[in-house]
Design a protein around this ligand. Structure first.
Ligand code: SF4
Length: 318
């Protein structure tokens, strides 16, 4: 996860809760991708340090377990940069230039100059991150799948050139996040439409109050369509199923207004986030403990990275 801002509900439902499930089944490595963050935040890198530990706190607060999974900070494992360098020698430029995410991001990030060597090579660094731990699977959303495909190609090319060192990892497709931002676009810090786990209750009330609902429902007497309403998607997660059904019917028959519907949703959302926030508060007041957790994870990751790099140097004969 890139440390470029606080964790929002899009992250929670689009990635973290899935990661939580995965750790029951797999040996997982979760890391703060601070070098990746630098590819776009190089002009204002302060945000990286500011948010790194905050994100780890959120991970633990939502139930990721550092005893079960390994948490680490990418830049603390210097071996990633060496493997990235070696992979960059064998990655043909057209593989990177045709990457659809790269093209999309160039168009989207117009306010930042990302026509850089590092940004183009982002997937090569990702390949190093993944293959360093000889991962068999990478949990990603559909939009990230082409990056993993590139990792697979790099692994195959390396193995072909220097002998079998890396497994070719599979994509573990994660369900796409159902929750959109308050303006119905993808929830994102850059769109200023996100509800954060750490938002105070009043802030949540305010943001929910501003949420765009069924755009066809202009007046309270107009029937609504919960299936296209983002507030309803939140209800489906945070409200009990009986009430969800009731709201669905009342929305369609115009027996409930959006203001009341939002108030109910906000109340349930705040209640749902309560245990996470309580855990968050405890960890915030013991930041030293969080640092120790990360340091311990760094050590575990570094030991594996050293072994892999010894094998890689041997294979490359350098
Ligand atoms: Fe959405 Fe609720 Fe309004 Fe229906 S009543 S459109 S579900 S906010």
């Amino acid at each position: 996860m890139r440390p470029t801002g606080r964790i929002h509900l899009g992250h929670l439902h689009g990635a973290l809760l899935n990661w939580k499930k995965l750790q029951e089944e797999y040996k997982c490595f979760y890391f703060i991708a601070d070098w990746h963050a630098l590819t776009s935040e190089y002009a204002h890198p302060e945000i990286i340090r500011e948010t790194t530990y905050d994100i780890v706190i959120d991970w633990i607060s939502v139930g990721l377990d550092p005893e079960v999974s390994t948490f680490f900070i990418q830049s603390q494992i210097k071996e990633h940069s060496e493997l990235h360098l070696i992979f960059s020698m064998i990655t043909p430029l057209p593989w990177l230039e045709r990457n659809p995410t790269y093209k999309e991001q160039l168009q989207e990030l117009t306010h930042k100059n990302v026509y850089t060597y590092g940004f183009l090579g982002y997937p090569v660094l990702q390949a190093a991150d993944i293959l360093m731990y000889k991962a068999n699977g990478v949990p990603v959303g559909e939009d990230q799948a082409p990056h993993v495909e590139l990792t697979r190609e790099i692994a195959r090319r390396f193995n072909h050139l220097y002998g079998e060192v890396f497994p070719v990892p599979d994509v573990i497709l994660t369900p796409t996040a159902k929750l959109l931002g308050t303006d119905r676009r993808k929830m994102s810090k850059s769109y200023d439409n996100a509800i954060y786990i750490s938002d105070a209750d009043e802030v949540i009330d305010d943001k929910v109050g501003q949420m765009i609902t069924d755009p066809q429902r202009a007046r309270i007497k107009d029937p609504g369509d919960p299936d296209i309403c983002n507030v309803f998607s939140f209800h489906e997660i945070y409200t009990d199923s009986e009430t969800v059904e009731k709201i669905s019917g009342e929305c369609r028959s115009a027996d409930i207004g959006c203001v009341d519907c939002k108030k109910l949703m906000a109340a349930n959302l705040k209640k749902g986030l309560e245990p996470i926030k309580a855990k968050r508060k405890g960890l915030k007041s013991n930041i030293q403990k969080v640092r120790e957790i990360v340091e311990d994870g760094n050590k575990r990751a570094r030991a594996i990275a050293r072994e892999t790099m010894a094998e890689v140097r041997e294979a490359v004969k350098i």
